[in-house]
Ligand binder design. Structure first.
Ligand SMILES: [Ca+2]
Length: 368
């Protein structure tokens, strides 16, 4: 009797152990299937293209967001970090690290830029230096969504980026939605950084957008992300990435955030939908879904119906073309060391808007 009980108990222990192992393995396989990504953003907020693109990437069940590295661009670093932390609090994903990066571009300075404008004409969007919006870098500015109680990571963005690609070599997509300062610093610290990433996906650059938007009519090669830190872009674009995907102004201007689209998101009841529904604002007639498209096209590449290959760099001359996007075809390129990039040209807008709404109204995936 005692022996039978012993065997019964031993069998039960074995069964439970096997089930636990199987469960762990299934969980590990599920995690392994997720696409690892680090989001580098000039994360202005609340809502807006920067936060909305971050949300799309977090809301997708495909992704494992390893961290959000932040860089001064649309706003100053300090306030962007605060807006991002607060957004993560509101959607219940404070497990995602927010990692502060560069406060300033590598070389560009406010006074020099103002002198350049006196000579060559005013620039439509100057990020934190835009007249009427300027305040010193350390100040938070307005936070209608409330101030965060969570804190950013102690590590800086460049070291975090390097550490992560070394931890997961060839597995991590680097998504860039802002100026490339943090990526340039990561490459400067570790020249193998780009080669250790899986790919670079970025919103930036402008070739020949078909638009009536006065921002681009006379300056079709000017785009804020590359212009704000041209030296950084000049380090990043020719780096040895395995693959580079570019979402330029040319395709961004084919998208619009409209009140109808906001209403479709508002109809959802997810924390992300409530956040967008409360804080999304239309400004003027050109409300492009800049960074959202770069994110969505990575999640579903079939949204892009036409693309072209180009070699990319940035104009570092101090004259009128400073910060402009430079592009070449295979036949034209003369400078050695340039990298080819997949440049998006056209998209299926309705399917893009549907994915935008579907992701923002879905429940936020739980932490991995
Ligand atoms: Ca951005």
């Amino acid at each position: 009797m005692r022996l039978r009980r012993f065997w019964f108990l031993t069998t039960m222990v074995l069964v439970i152990t096997c089930l636990a192992c199987w469960g762990q393995q299934a969980g590990a396989e599920k995690r392994a299937e997720k696409r690892k990504i680090i989001i580098d953003q000039d994360a202005a907020g609340p809502a807006g293209t920067d936060q909305q693109s971050i949300l799309l990437l977090i809301q997708s069940p495909q992704t494992e967001v390893l961290g959000i590295t932040v860089v001064t661009g649309d706003m100053w670093l300090t306030e962007e970090v605060a807006h991002t932390l607060r957004m993560l609090e509101l959607i219940g994903r404070t497990d995602i690290p927010v990692v502060p990066g560069a406060e300033y571009p590598l070389l560009r300075q406010k006074e020099e830029t103002e002198q350049w404008e006196q000579r060559y004409g005013s620039v439509a969007w100057l990020g934190p230096w835009t007249p009427g919006r300027y305040h010193p870098p350390g100040e938070l500015g307005q936070m209608p969504e409330g101030k965060p109680t969570t804190k950013p990571a102690n590590e800086d963005a460049a070291h975090f980026l390097v550490r992560m690609v070394r931890k997961h070599p060839h597995e991590i997509t680097i998504y860039e939605g802002g100026p490339m300062t943090n990526l340039a610093l990561a490459i400067s610290i570790d020249p193998e950084f780009a080669g250790l990433a899986k790919e670079l996906v970025f919103m930036g650059g402008s070739l020949n957008p078909e638009t009536t938007d006065p921002e681009f009519i006379n300056t079709p090669r000017h785009e804020f992300n590359l212009w704000f830190d041209p030296e950084a872009a000049h380090i990043v674009l020719p780096a040895p990435w395995k693959k580079t995907v570019c979402t330029p102004v040319d395709i961004s201007v084919k998208t619009r955030l409209t009140s109808e689209l906001i209403d479709r998101v508002k109809a959802g009841n997810s924390p992300a939908a409530r956040y967008i529904g409360t804080y999304a604002r239309l400004r003027g007639q050109y409300n492009y879904l800049w960074d959202e498209l770069a994110a969505a096209a990575w999640l579903d590449p079939s949204l892009v119906t036409k693309k072209e290959m180009r070699y990319l760099d940035v104009n570092l001359d101090r004259g009128a073309g400073n910060g402009d996007t430079l592009t070449w075809t295979e036949q034209e390129k003369s400078t050695p060391g340039l990298q080819p990039a997949e440049v998006q040209v056209d998209l299926d807008t309705q399917r893009f808007y549907k994915l935008f709404v579907d992701l923002l109204t879905a429940p936020t995936p739980k932490r991995n």
